[in-house]
Write a protein that binds this ligand. Structure first.
Ligand code: ATP
Ligand code: MG
Length: 258
């Protein structure tokens, strides 16, 4: 298997606080790798360093074998194929579901979305193709029936899947999902497990932050555990669940409660 992403010696400091402390982690192509740990462990900060929302204080992030990502801005990193969703849903509330997904495509279009909506015929042809693709992605994410509804009116679980559809519209090689099951009921969580597995089936590497242990343990190839900015364990779901340091830091009460 080829390397999809390599995080090396990654450190992120805010004033006095070291939110991520010399973290190493690598993802292989088409793996599902989860990052878990208690609140404030540094998981989202690590994602922010991978996606360019923060420039790490120290360390590097490489895409594939040797393409340096760290230090590049988020839109450049997205264009290279590392795309994310956010812990706090970020949709355009007054736009329809399908338009929200179309926006996700904009890093790969010539005219951009506004040009597509307002521009000349060639651009409008491109817009039609983007809209068709957005519909396909909504269907793939199980949200076809909501395509014309405003994002703000959608049930919470649908909004989360809409965010995933939007991220897929950017054609990721690596999809980073920050707590996609947050606020979902058991039924929605089961559907999410199916969806993430299907995303991997498309050939996409999935980097997942998640507190729902049933999701993490059922779909991950590997699990990394952070506590106070430090990666304290890494392994298969089985190995991690048995690791005493993990149990002490976090899993003791969380396992099975997901
Ligand atoms: N921009 C920032 N400025 C200052 N401190 C920050 C910033 N971003 C994160 N932190 C701090 O870094 C630490 C790690 O936060 P982070 O959001 O990465 O944790 P997390 O593991 O994602 O937690 P949660 O499970 O609650 O989402 C926290 O102490 C947080 O307050
Ligand atoms: Mg977080």
């Amino acid at each position: 298997m080829a390397q999809a992403l390599a995080i090396q010696n990654l450190t992120m400091r805010f004033d006095g606080l070291t939110a991520v402390d010399r973290a190493d982690l690598s993802l292989q192509d088409r793996q599902i790798v989860s990052l878990i740990g208690p609140n404030g462990a540094g998981k989202t900060t690590l994602f922010n360093c991978v996606t360019g929302h923060y420039a790490p204080t120290e360390g590097t992030v490489h895409l594939g074998k040797d393409e340096l990502l760290s230090g590049l801005p988020p839109h450049t990193i997205a264009k290279k194929g590392v795309v994310r969703t956010f812990q706090n849903i970020r949709l355009f509330p007054a736009m329809s579901a399908v338009e929200n997904v179309m926006v996700g495509r904009h890093c790969r279009t010539r005219a951009g979305v506004l040009g597509a909506l307002l521009g000349p015929p060639s651009v409008r042809r491109e817009e039609r193709a983007i809209r068709a693709r957005a519909r396909e992605l909504l269907a793939f994410c199980g949200a076809a029936e909501y395509e014309d509804q405003q994002a703000r009116n959608l049930p919470y679980g649908v909004q989360r899947r809409l965010e995933i559809a939007r991220a897929l519209a950017a054609e990721p090689k690596i999809l980073c999902l920050d707590e996609p099951a947050a606020g979902m009921n058991p039924r929605e969580t089961a559907d999410l497990i199916t969806l993430i597995t299907a995303i991997r089936g498309l050939g996409i590497t999935v980097f997942l932050i998640e507190h729902h242990m049933n999701v993490v343990m059922s779909i991950s190839d590997r699990v990394a555990v952070m506590d106070h900015g430090v990666k304290i364990a890494e392994g298969t779901p089985d190995q991690v669940q048995k690791n005493p340091a993990v149990i002490a830091a976090y899993l003791g009460e969380a396992v099975g409660s997901g």
